[in-house]
Ligand binder design. Structure first.
Ligand code: URP
Ligand code: ZN
Ligand code: ZN
Length: 462
């Protein structure tokens, strides 16, 4: 009888399609057998636990450089530690495209930064310019070097592309066989609304939500899908915040447009009322698109069930509350338009989404795995090495106690970011052990994987 390096015994194996009790036999970094009564040199008893593929977070801003040279405060060591503490073993993060530097240079520099990662990582390449060098010379090179996708913004002063530029990127992506992910909000409409707010003295954090209504997201989403249809290039709509946008995507999918959609736990669990908190606290909840209403939040679930939205990512973009380049970088009386956009969420993604989706009965465990691991792995060319439990797959596994009740506090995630938007939220369901390629990486809230344990995942063009 074979003796495996490691056997995970008697857990409830959950994949995107199945749930069953079995043993996993692991040799080195790979799952090699699924069966019963397997023997191992080392055995972990998973009785009463769920055994799921390690989470794959397809949208994480980590140690990213901004146009003004500021570097995101959450670096690879800190952010990927939080990821493991929350059950995630792969992150797809973003190489910048700041003024004055070429795409390939920034892609390579970012890959080197990732050498500190505790988990495996792939890279989206942001595109903010469409000069000949970027479009004709450099996009093919970053695609060939394994970028998971290109990322385009339709808003933000330093990032947004006009429609003609977006079409150039779509054509280049089609040639290089790489997916384009899009932040959909109408830049000019938001500028207009921000100016109106400031003229009227509506400078409080909640103005962020009212100056970016769902119509600006819906219009940009429709436009992005229409432009992608023109050149027959697959796109992914990032961070869908509300059912009005999801309905637009559903219509496009029905007429055959190649579009996939992602949402994030915060759009399913928090509302715009959080931006009304006083003492500058509302800024902790400033992200784009903004948080929406309770009714909009409730309207999202049917689009998760139907598959219109097929990915749950964190859009982790941590700015400290108190740090020098965080939410207060322009002072505590800055108007909402000056507050950096984004919230931390890498560590909390799985527990918060699990609690909201599974304990409420809104989704099944197989849906949870499909949305948080399997579909992201497929979209980013990582499947079947990542995102499932099968012979030949990497032994990236999370052992999950469905009955553990935890009240979330920021210190659980050992992060450089000094707050979590979920402080005080009590959830049921928590990761107890995480394995990265067959090696224990997290156990009972203690990090085992060291910086550098993760590796760069070179994505194949599809
Ligand atoms: O507010 C957000 N989402 N910040 C991160 C950057 C982005 O738009 O994805
Ligand atoms: Zn975005
Ligand atoms: Zn983002």
């Amino acid at each position: 009888m074979t003796t495996f390096d490691l056997v995970i015994r008697n857990g409830m194996i959950v994949t995107a399609t199945d749930k069953y009790i079995a043993d996993l036999g692991i040799n080195g970094s790979k799952i090699v057998e699924i069966g019963t009564n397997l023997q191992g040199h080392e055995t972990v008893d998973a009785t009463g636990l769920l055994v799921m593929p390690g989470g794959i977070d397809g949208h994480c801003h980590i140690e990213q450089e901004e146009a003004d040279g500021t570097i995101h405060e959450d670096d690879f060591v800190s952010a990927t530690g939080s990821a493991l503490l929350g059950g995630t073993t792969t992150a797809v993060c973003f190489a910048s495209h700041v003024p004055g530097r070429g795409l390939v240079e920034q892609f390579e520099a970012y890959r080197e930064k990732g050498a500190n990662s505790r988990i495996d990582f792939a890279i989206h390449q942001i595109i903010t310019r469409t000069d000949d060098q970027t479009i004709h010379d450099e996009i093919p090179i970053v695609a060939e070097r394994g970028a998971a996708g290109l990322k385009v913004f339709m808003t933000y002063d330093d990032f947004h592309l006009a429609d003609g530029q977006f079409l150039q990127v779509l054509e280049a992506a089609r040639k290089s066989r790489i997916i384009v992910s899009v932040h959909c909000e109408n830049y000019d409409a938001i500028r207009h609304l921000i100016l109106r707010h400031l003229e009227e003295g509506r400078t409080e954090p909640h103005g962020h939500a009212t100056s970016r209504p769902s119509s600006v997201e819906r219009e940009a989403t429709y436009r992005a899908m229409t432009l992608s249809e023109l050149v027959d290039q697959e796109i992914q709509i990032f961070h869908v915040s509300c059912p009005e946008v999801a309905a637009e995507i559903s219509r496009a999918q029905s007429r055959g447009v190649k579009v996939v959609a992602e949402t994030c736990p915060h759009y399913l669990t928090l509302t715009e009322d959080a931006l009304k908190r006083d003492n500058f606290e509302g800024t902790k909840y400033i992200c784009s698109p903004p948080l929406r209403t309770q009714a909009q939040q409730e309207g999202m679930w049917s689009y998760l069930r139907s598959g219109v939205i097929s990915i749950i990512s964190s859009d982790h973009c941590g700015y400290t509350f108190d740090g020098a380049v965080g939410k207060g970088r322009h002072g505590r009386d800055a108007d909402f338009s000056l507050i950096p956009n984004g919230m931390p969420g890498l560590g909390t993604r799985l527990p918060v989404f699990y609690d909201a989706a599974i304990n409420s009965g809104k989704l099944d465990l197989t849906d949870f795995v499909r949305l948080t691991a399997t579909t992201p792995a497929k979209r980013y060319g990582l499947y079947p090495e990542k995102g499932t439990i099968a012979p030949g797959s990497d032994a990236d596994l999370v052992l999950w106690d469905p009955n553990r009740v935890v009240t979330i506090t920021n210190d659980l995630f050992q992060s450089n970011i000094d707050y979590t938007p979920y402080e005080g939220l009590t959830v049921r369901g928590w990761p107890t052990k995480v394995f990265l390629r067959g090696t224990l990486a997290m156990e009972e809230g203690k990090l085992v994987a060291m910086p550098g344990a993760g590796k760069f995942l070179k994505v194949r063009p599809s």
